[in-house]
Ligand binder design. Structure first.
Ligand SMILES: [Zn+2]
Length: 803
């Protein structure tokens, strides 16, 4: 997330603040649409660069007219404000950070007239904004931040250069602030420790992201050939057929002289030991460690002053965005217009959260059911009540014919009657409210070995491939009721050749222990963990033991934990954390307990897989859709990214942490609208403005969407409601690619060869259509927040040394 070139620009920006001191007294504030805008009257009156401002005349003419609609009036006022601010900036240019490669930082240089683009905050304004933050602990503390120099660091970058000059400049900071930033650092360090152990921190550590990783079958070569049926180009020369998946061609590595063995440790987590010395290959935090770390963060996050200070920082980020956008909207759209070929429709976008059994739209499902009734009605499809039924017999028992079927009879839409009723929502998975139709059409493991679902899935894949720019990360269930689930699932995928360059898989594990216990599928919680993880350790020890699973796992990104978060949870007794084998009552374990066991087992599994150069997994649970705030904190500790996260709006401190670490949040406002939070209250846009790493996703197209392209529908509704610009949409699409688990080789093709550098150095507008000016703003804003933290920590350490 950091880069050589812009790093220099940034540090120069910070060092050059001296000439600005004293100027903030002259800044007035005008309140425009709730956004404080500093106007430097002393400057605008003595402006002598008016010729540079092409719109001055227009504005003058317009300001005399009174016959405009309120909307026109508003837009003119905004425009006017921009011009004023530009004027104000001409004199503040010495303190302005910029995109230009020429040196714009020499304060007061006569060569510098007004520049075309202003990025970030001019220094005086940053200064003044900080004055505006109530409760910021007094100007003495925060005020000096604008003078903190130093090389910015990114959250993903572990090399944080020290800058002693910066430290000396914090004078008499308040103890509250030092404590706040110490707490922030403690929380971030805890997260990094957990992610590091589980190989989720550094993406490049994952063998699939290294250059020698082979994707079979190879992805299609870049081409401009149009597949659009309305605009078919005649083929030039022979067309290379894409290689089709063939299991015989998959290489299953032979791992001999095995050095490791695995066994359960005393907390019932799978551990891998070295045969030579019987030592574990990685030390996993114990259940007790996990809960004490969790409690530490919970305690910090519920402290009053901490909450209000975090809230203020978030307000500041929001205001800073408004300011940035006001100043740079034109420049952004100019840069993206100048960029040839790319637009929102042909940038890559990933549906970062979608469930496989609901990945087709209703019309698609309906058409398929009718087709099956017409063509193979006599096929035996289900075993019910002691006999095998054909599709015709099933429909006769329902007293329905193909002709009767419509979207209305199917009744799977869930946006009218399932609000705050997750139980009702779950029933919507049954076509016509009939569980037997779900069993026939939407299950992988049924009487027909999931044949129909495989065909439907294949059709969804075909649609995706022909749209080319849309990808999905499908979530498919492993329940943990029996040991052979993995092999059955892998066989279903491999035998039906469900491989596509537009698709990767996540494994979702439902939190249904209480149900299985009631039905006597399992004795204790440990049985679920055994069923989920034992086959994975076996195949990672020796791929020949489950060859199909080995091949399937190459396309698996990670794990998800799913179920209704709003169910009440019984908290664990203090200092009593029973290991999985002892959890044998009918009570369902809390969310955090589920997450710990997933995390702990993934940690050892990943370390084993890394030793054998197999791809490693991440944890990306459903989290913060409803329920206890503890969910979001446990995911903060253990997970690479989350889905939903709408409850972050109520937890300012945790939200600030999610911002600082740029944790990926796959949000689905349309799904929330049907289940937990109406669209107008959704914090998605607010998060986006502040710079949280959010993407848009569909969750369940079968229940929520109306069109053939659910992901575009999601973007399109958001664009209409929030008035997203095309740059916003492309930035969201870029976020989704970055959050996704595709191999680095493929992401390079989508986003540019240097994408992993992050920031401006990693940005390629030709690929993703996001202008550098936007990327630079995001980067600088993040860096200055992190810099603030680092400076206070450094001050604290320094003053400790002095004592
Ligand atoms: Zn979901």
């Amino acid at each position: 997330m950091c880069s050589g070139h812009s790093r220099n620009a940034y540090s120069m920006h910070l060092h050059d603040s001296a000439p600005s001191s004293g100027n903030e007294d002259q800044l007035l504030y005008s309140q425009q649409g709730g956004i404080p805008i500093p106007i430097d009257t002393s400057i605008s009156n003595t402006d002598n660069n008016k010729d540079d401002s092409p719109d001055d005349d227009d504005i003058h003419a317009l300001s005399h007219s009174i016959h405009f609609s309120p909307a026109e009036d508003k837009s003119m006022k905004e425009h006017d404000l921009k011009v004023q601010t530009f004027d104000a900036l001409q004199h503040g240019i010495g303190q302005t950070a910029g995109m230009d490669n020429s040196n714009p930082f020499i304060g007061g240089s006569p060569k510098l007239s007004r520049r075309g683009s202003v990025i970030g905050m001019p220094h005086q304004m940053a200064h003044s904004f900080l004055h505006q933050i109530p409760g910021s602990g007094g100007t003495g503390g925060v005020d000096s931040t604008s003078e903190i120099g130093g090389i910015p660091t990114s959250s993903k970058d572990s090399t944080i250069p020290e800058n002693t000059a910066a430290i000396s400049e914090i004078e008499n900071p308040s103890d509250d602030l030092i404590e706040f930033y110490t707490n922030v650092k403690t929380c971030l360090d805890l997260r990094h420790k957990y992610l590091q152990l589980s190989i989720q921190k550094d993406e490049m550590q994952n063998p699939k992201n290294q250059d020698d990783w082979i994707i079979y079958p190879p992805p299609p070569k870049p081409t401009y050939k149009s597949k659009n049926k309305f605009n078919q180009l005649p083929p030039e020369g022979p067309i290379e057929e894409e290689e089709k998946f063939d299991f015989e061609k998959c290489v299953i590595p032979e791992i001999d002289n095995r050095n490791y063995y695995f066994a359960l440790n005393d907390e019932d987590v799978y551990q891998v030991y070295d045969k030579n010395n019987d030592q574990p290959i990685i030390k996993v935090p114990s259940l007790h460690d996990f809960y004490s770390d969790l409690n530490k963060i919970t305690k910090i996050s519920s402290d009053g002053p901490t909450k209000s200070f975090a809230f203020n920082r978030l307000q500041y980020l929001d205001a800073k965005w408004n300011m940035y956008y006001l100043l740079n909207e034109f420049e952004e759209s100019k840069q993206s217009k100048r960029n040839p070929h790319r637009d929102f429709y042909n940038v890559r976008k990933v549906d970062t959260h979608i469930h496989h059994s609901a990945c087709m739209n209703q019309k698609h499902l309906l058409r398929y059911i009718k087709y099956k009734l017409k063509t193979t009605a006599d096929e035996e499809v289900i075993f019910r009540d002691g006999k095998v039924l054909t599709l015709t017999e099933v429909f006769e028992s329902l007293k329905l014919t193909a002709y009767d079927l419509s979207i209305d009879t199917l009744d799977m839409h869930a946006h009218t009657d399932s609000f705050h009723r997750f139980d009702k929502f779950n029933l919507k998975y049954n076509p016509i409210g009939e569980s037997r139709l779900r069993e026939i059409f939407l299950k992988t493991d049924n009487f027909i070995q999931g044949k129909y679902l495989a065909e439907l899935t294949g059709q969804v894949f075909d649609d995706l491939e022909s749209s080319k720019y849309q990808m999905v990360e499908l979530r498919i269930s492993i329940y943990g009721r029996s040991l052979d689930e993995w092999d059955k699932l892998a066989a279903w995928i491999v035998d039906n050749k469900l491989f596509s360059h537009n698709v990767r898989w996540l494994i979702q594990i439902p939190r249904l222990y209480d149900l299985y216990k009631k039905n006597r599928n399992v004795k204790s919680y440990l049985d679920i963990m055994k069923n989920v993880f034992e086959p994975l350790f076996e195949v990672s020890m020796n791929p020949k033991s489950h060859p199909k699973l080995h091949v399937f796992l190459q396309r698996v990104i990670g794990f998800d934990s799913v179920d209704d978060e709003s169910k009440p949870e019984k908290p664990l007794h203090a200092r009593k954390y029973p290991p999985a084998g002892d959890w044998d009552s009918v009570v369902n374990p809390p969310y955090s307990y589920y997450l710990y066991y997933l995390y702990a087992n993934i940690t050892t599994l990943n370390n084993l897989r890394l030793k054998h150069k197999f791809n490693t997994f991440v944890l990306r649970p459903h989290c913060g859709e409803a329920g206890d705030p503890e969910h979001l904190i446990s995911a903060f500790l253990t997970s690479y990214g989350i889905s939903h996260g709408i409850l972050l709006r109520k937890l300012p401190y945790i939200q600030y942490l999610y911002y600082l670490d740029q944790i990926g949040i796959a949000m689905s406002p349309l799904s929330n609208n049907a289940l937990f939070l109406t669209y107008d209250k959704n914090p998605f846009y607010n998060f986006f403005k502040k710079g949280l790493n959010v993407s848009l996703s569909t969750d369940d197209p079968l229940q929520f969407s109306y069109t053939k392209e659910p992901l575009i529908e999601e973007y399109s509704v958001a664009a209409q409601i929030y008035k997203l610009s095309s740059v916003d949409m492309c930035e969201l699409a870029k976020n989704s690619c970055l959050q996704s688990g595709w191999e680095a080789g493929i992401k390079k093709h989508w986003l540019g060869k240097e994408y992993m550098k992050g920031g401006v150095a990693g940005n390629n507008i030709e690929k993703n259509n996001v202008p550098d000016i936007r990327v630079n703003y995001r980067q600088e804003t993040l860096w200055s927040e992190l810099n603030l933290m680092n400076s206070y920590i450094a001050y604290k350490n320094n003053s400790k040394n002095d004592l």
